[in-house]
Design a protein around this ligand. Structure first.
Ligand code: PMP
Length: 428
């Protein structure tokens, strides 16, 4: 495939945007080459500035669970835009989407909308600290909760792709309040709690991890965290920015039947517009201003275009009884196909999958935490990425990312992808 115009556009972008991109992983630094500039997208496909068509397995890093330019979302945004794009005043629409979200997700009474997943997680932590009157939090190595200071401690996703899991610019004072645990290691969490008795406000976790590739929680891990939190007056925060409205209507809480105390959202909840949200039971949410003392605000929070997109998306998911089964079946089909061709080509690999989140790790051992995820063979990943790109299949340009399957993918698309993987893996 030819990426001439994309390369030219990237060179122009580099002059005026740091690294040519507004979010680091987009720059292809981990895999080499220059990023692809998108012109448009529809359903499961991206169309780039050089006229190439690509099957998209990133889907804007998650939001496009029903495909690009999904008509109900696009129509809702167009209609709302004609009525004004921002007011900084309450609208009925905000209550509508809040009520629908609260009805779909277990164990939440109230929800507040913000503009990104980062804001949602940052605000959730502040709320947890205000509510418990404690300072420290526990996060897990390789989990990513956005780029706010408290979370850039052994963070996953772009932070680890670029070798800065602990970013300069985060003060020691902030870093010391973030305790680090290993994913799927309950004993490790117990030890941290013992060593910091009465000081931990919250444990925040991607209950299905997606920022070190996809890593499922092992049996008993989330249950154990729930028990530890309850026993020690710690709030359990599920970061469902990736998993919310993707793995099930009610996210991981529903999928594994475990209650979190605070849940954060992003991606799907905004239908592709900049939206995040955090939610909890009433007692906790009432700690927020203007009812309570914990301050949190936003000029564009609850923006009508964003809320219209989010509402159309949630309504579509809520009204489609088969959606999560279809996503599961399509992703299982893809996983089985990849497994078959990689084995046939003697590739060393592990596939991790939960619902429509899947990742291929180029290592034979089970991938259960950040350390095992980091063992993947990056040189093979690079060949895999560029080989697939050449075949017209776009996966994330980093081994530390998950693929997000969209319902817009047909079985022909999946077969095309499996054949492409077969072809590419013969060249390893
Ligand atoms: N939490 C998780 C689990 C995420 O995957 C992400 C983004 N990939 C975030 C938080 C941050 O969201 P945003 O990029 O919208 O700030």
């Amino acid at each position: 495939m030819i990426y001439k115009r994309s390369s030219q556009l990237f060179a122009e972008a580099e002059k005026v945007i740091p690294g040519g991109v507004n979010s680091p992983v987009r720059a292809f630094k981990a895999v080499g080459g220059t990023p692809i500039f998108v012109k448009s997208a529809k359903g499961a496909y991206l169309y780039d500035e050089d006229g190439n068509k690509l099957i998209d397995y990133i889907n804007s890093w998650g939001p496009m669970v029903l495909g690009h330019a999904y008509e109900p979302v696009v129509d809702a945004v167009i209609e709302k835009a004609k009525l004004g794009t921002s007011f900084g005043m309450p609208t009925e629409l905000e209550t509508e989407i809040a009520a629908l979200a609260v009805s779909m997700v277990p164990n939440i009474d109230k929800i507040r909308f913000v503009n990104s997943g980062t804001e949602a997680c940052m605000s959730a932590i502040r709320l947890a600290r205000g509510f418990t009157k404690r300072d420290k939090i526990i996060k897990f190595a390789g989990c990513y909760h956005g780029h706010s200071d408290s979370f850039l401690i052994q963070a996953g996703s772009g932070a680890v792709t670029f070798g800065s899991p602990n970013s300069p610019g985060v003060t020691e004072g902030t870093a010391k309040d973030t305790l680090l645990a290993q994913y799927n290691d309950l004993e490790n969490v117990k030890t941290l709690i013992e060593a910091n008795k009465g000081e931990i406000a919250a444990i925040i976790i991607e209950a299905v991890a997606g920022n070190m590739g996809c890593i499922p929680p092992q049996k008993g891990f989330l249950e154990g965290l729930r028990e530890l939190c309850t026993a020690n007056g710690i709030l359990l925060i599920f970061d469902e920015v990736m998993t919310g409205f993707r793995l099930a209507k009610g996210g991981v809480q529903e999928l594994f039947n475990i209650n979190a105390d605070i849940v954060t959202f992003g991606k799907v909840i905004g239908g592709g517009l900049p939206v995040g949200a955090f939610a909890a039971r009433e007692e906790i949410m009432n700690y927020l201003a203007p009812l309570g003392p914990v301050y949190q605000a936003g000029t564009l929070s609850g923006n009508p275009l964003a809320m219209a997109a989010g509402l159309a998306m949630l309504q579509s998911l809520n009204n489609d009884a088969g959606i999560f089964t279809r996503l599961e079946e399509k992703t299982a089909y893809l996983a089985a196909g990849i497994d078959k061709v990689l084995k046939a080509n003697n590739v060393v690999f592990t596939i991790n999958r939960v619902g429509s989140m899947i990742s291929v790790h180029f290592d034979a051992n089970p991938v259960t935490d950040f350390q095992t995820a980091a063992k993947g063979d990056n040189e093979t990943f690079k060949k895999f990425f560029h080989g697939l790109l050449n075949e017209g299949v776009y996966i994330a340009p980093s081994a530390y990312e998950t693929w997000f399957i969209t319902d817009a993918l047909t079985y022909e698309d999946l077969d095309f992808t499996i054949n492409a993987i077969d072809k590419v893996s013969k060249t390893f």
